[in-house]
Design a protein around this ligand. Structure first.
Ligand SMILES: Cc1cc2nc3c(=O)[nH]c(=O)nc-3n(C[C@H](O)[C@H](O)[C@H](O)COP(=O)(O)O)c2cc1C
Length: 382
């Protein structure tokens, strides 16, 4: 086996280990996938300044996100159906993140439930909330996140309706997954994945199944979920969530300066500049392109985080230089998980940390907290 040196190596291995419909679910964007691609390629358009004769000993990637200490400013992004990349995926990823010292964010649409993840972790994790029409259910989810001692609620704003991903339709992927003969064939070619999946009872939406009235089997769960995303989501709802939750609140999915101003005005602790990994509005600008404009507009009012397209430590460094206090990775950790389970998530984090450390040093900085725009040689983005 060739060595695993970069995130692309984990992606290649995950492709061999995860059934096609679930690998494609991660490796896809909306419609033409132009925003999905731009998220990655726009990082390459930012150039760094090489500095020499600077003392590069005693380096540190430690920082804080919403006041919490982090080993590096990189959290695991909330991703739905992570338990389909690898059996018990959310529990494994949460443990890897905890051991590494970075935040783990559990999606509302996870396979392992809030309680499952709480049972295998010792430090608080973050919970991502989708607003659904069933407000009583949302209230109960918020209460469950509180009971599980989650230390931040990440409210996702950019999924009022679902973007379309052609690959998922071609693969006939449904949420939660229902198996067709074609799927069974795809799974049969991934025996290790199947064997691991057979060892776990967790194969549906753990936060929802058993918690909603009249949703007893997979088809009723699928129907309920499909009609639950709320197209009328408004800033008033954010105030309601904030009041009900009472703890640290992060608003995810901001890609516009006007929206950033509205989000900052809610009193949220942080906002995440994000286009959902290019999975919602195709032809939206990349997150890294929007970051400097949003930082300029509201960076003095609210902590700014970003996600989308980070595939290396150098990408994280560029985001921090352009004003992000924290970043998130989605696919990089999913590829690690699909490739090698918990060890693969750890490996993804290690790869990014090492790249960040070396790149930071070659830019003449010893601490990530000292990194600013000064390390940028050229950027087309603000
Ligand atoms: C497979 C997959 C599932 C996702 N599910 C969710 C989700 O349930 N909730 C959410 O807020 N964002 C979700 N996202 C978006 C991520 O939180 C994040 O914004 C995105 O993955 C960042 O881009 P990256 O994958 O290029 O790092 C998902 C992304 C992927 C790839």
């Amino acid at each position: 086996m060739s060595p695993i040196l970069e995130i692309a190596d984990l992606k290649a291995l995950a492709k061999r280990r995860v059934p096609k419909l679930f690998f494609d679910y991660a490796d896809s964007g909306a419609y033409s996938e132009s925003t999905y691609r731009a998220n990655e390629t726009d990082f390459g358009r930012i150039k760094l300044r090489q500095r020499v004769m600077v003392d590069m000993t005693n380096r540190s990637l430690e920082s804080t996100m919403i006041g919490e200490k982090v080993a590096m400013p990189v959290a695991l992004a909330p991703t739905g159906m992570t338990g389909m990349q690898h059996a018990d995926g959310e529990m494994l990823a949460a443990r890897a993140a905890e051991e590494f010292g970075v935040p783990f964010t559990l999606s509302t649409m996870s396979i392992c439930s809030i309680e499952d993840v709480a049972s295998v972790t010792t430090k608080p994790f973050w919970f991502q909330l989708y607003m659904m029409r069933d407000r009583a259910f949302i209230a109960s989810l918020i209460d469950r996140a509180k009971a599980a001692n989650c230390s931040a609620l990440v409210l996702t704003a950019d999924l009022q309706i679902l973007g379309q991903r052609h690959k998922d339709l071609r693969n006939a992927l449904s949420a939660p997954p229902k198996l067709t003969p074609k799927h069974l064939y795809q799974m049969a070619t991934r025996p290790l994945w199947c064997w691991q999946m057979l060892q776990t009872p967790r194969r549906t939406f753990g936060n929802i199944h058993g918690h909603v009235k009249n949703v007893s089997d997979l088809s009723s769960l699928g129907a309920w979920t499909a009609e639950q995303f709320d197209p009328q989501l408004s800033w008033q709802d954010v105030a309601w969530v904030r009041q009900r939750w009472g703890g640290k609140l992060i608003i995810k999915g901001i890609l516009d300066v006007e929206d950033a101003r509205m989000a900052a005005a809610t009193g949220a602790d942080a906002i995440i500049v994000s286009n959902h990994g290019g999975r919602q509005l195709d032809s939206a600008l990349s997150s890294i392109a929007m970051l400097p404009r949003i930082v300029e507009a509201v960076g003095d009012q609210v902590e700014i985080h970003m996600d989308g397209g980070i595939r290396s430590g150098s990408d994280v460094l560029k985001a921090v230089a352009l004003g992000a206090k924290g970043t998130y990775i989605g696919r990089p950790f999913l590829y690690g998980l699909g490739a090698r389970g918990k060890a693969g998530v750890t490996q993804a984090l290690e790869i990014i940390a090492k790249e960040m450390d070396i790149t930071m040093a070659l830019c003449g900085k010893r601490k990530i907290t000292d990194v600013d725009r000064g390390i940028i040689a050229e950027t087309p983005f603000g």
